[in-house]
Design a protein around this ligand. Structure first.
Ligand code: GTP
Length: 343
């Protein structure tokens, strides 16, 4: 069975991070999320992947190539134009197995595939939608289910008071290929707005299965920062890929950190990072590979992307900094206001 990873969207809500990067390639503790995802699915027994790409596709192709260096096989389904979440699945039809898994590649969850597939099989489902529970479902696709888990209604982004439950589409599906007959070819189709409601209305067996553990849609700047905070707090099954030097301080190789620098845990320092005299780094800060922090600066609750340079004698907090931009997220709570500074 293959897994289809949807990774072609524009990621508008994660700009400017996604201006040059596909959203699923945004680093999470210094490794592209898509790589974490593929390695996790590999640990769950999946060895064949199709990645549906469009926006900044070359970055994904160049990083993964045919998957060989990650011990898996990867094919690409390249859309001529953005076809939406269902249109992308339809476009990949020729590459898919009779039963396949679809994952929105911007969803952080370490799904357990075996129980999900067993549930799908036992119910004879055409589609099984992974679900998660949230306090405010109004930003998501919300389901109504019977006691057996069958979905009888799917409403995309309902007003909070009209939401039929707090169970939402977690962006992970098991699908039978027959379901693709109901997705029109050659035009943009949204799985949430069009395909799921159609299949349910027509009485096809569409079931919902609650995914376990940490779940986050990392599609906004504040959630991206919140994700890093959660990882560093140990709330998510992700570890920095460097050894911990002391409790809560992970450091890569070839780093150059002045003796008088204060590292406040939790903090992650990537390979080849330079931190100048008198700096304070952390808490809740991730410095990407080859980042330079010039003397006299302090940086907390922030993610600094590979190759970025923090100017001297500056204080940054709740920020995402790239090689040519800096975004201050006013409050690390969902849908926060943002201030973008392009250099
Ligand atoms: P926003 O512009 O911020 O809404 O982000 P998005 O459209 O990139 O992502 P959204 O959350 O709507 O989509 C969920 C997942 O599907 C993401 O991993 C996207 O990359 C992917 N996706 C969305 N639309 C398309 C599409 O038209 N084609 C492909 N191949 N992938 C898509």
């Amino acid at each position: 069975m293959k897994a289809l990873l949807l990774a072609g969207g524009l990621g508008t809500r994660l700009r400017p991070l996604t201006e040059r990067l596909p959203k699923p390639m945004a680093p999470v503790v210094n490794r592209p999320w898509l790589e974490h995802l593929i390695l996790h699915l590999k640990s769950q027994g999946i060895s064949e992947f199709v990645i549906a790409v469009k926006h900044n596709a070359d970055i994904i192709r160049k990083h993964f190539e045919d998957g060989c260096k990650f011990g898996v096989r990867i094919e690409y389904s390249q859309e001529p134009e953005l076809l939406g979440t269902a249109g992308a699945i339809k476009h990949a039809e020729q590459l898919l197995t009779d039963r396949f898994i679809v994952v929105n590649a911007d969803i952080i969850n370490h799904v357990e595939l075996l129980p999900l597939l067993e549930f799908h099989q036992t119910n004879g489902a055409l589609v099984t939608i992974g679900l998660t529970e949230v306090e405010d479902p109004s930003h998501y696709g919300v389901v109504q289910q019977t006691m057996s888990g069958r979905i009888i209604r799917f409403v995309e982004k309902p007003p909070r008071h009209a939401a039929p439950s707090n169970r939402i589409n977690a962006g992970i599906y098991v699908m039978e290929k027959e379901a693709l007959k109901w997705i029109p070819a050659g035009r943009e189709v949204s799985i949430e707005r069009e395909t799921f409601p159609t299949l349910i209305r027509k009485g096809f067996p569409v079931y919902g299965w609650l995914v376990r553990g940490y779940w986050l849609d990392m599609g906004t700047l504040d959630r991206y920062l919140a994700l890093h905070r959660d990882v560093l707090d140990g709330k998510c099954a992700l570890q920095p890929s460097y050894p911990a030097q002391k409790e809560g301080i992970w450091t890569g190789e070839d780093i150059d950190i002045s003796d008088d620098v204060t590292l406040v845990p939790p903090v992650v320092i990537g390979n080849g990072v330079k931190v100048g005299r008198g700096c304070v780094v952390g808490p809740y800060t991730v410095l990407g590979d080859k980042v330079t922090v010039e003397p006299g600066s302090s940086c907390s609750h922030s993610v600094v992307l590979p190759g970025a340079r923090l100017e001297g004698n500056r204080t940054i907090s709740n920020a995402i900094v790239g090689p040519d931009f800096s975004v201050e997220v006013q409050s690390p709570v969902y849908e926060a206001k943002k201030k973008v500074v392009h250099r």
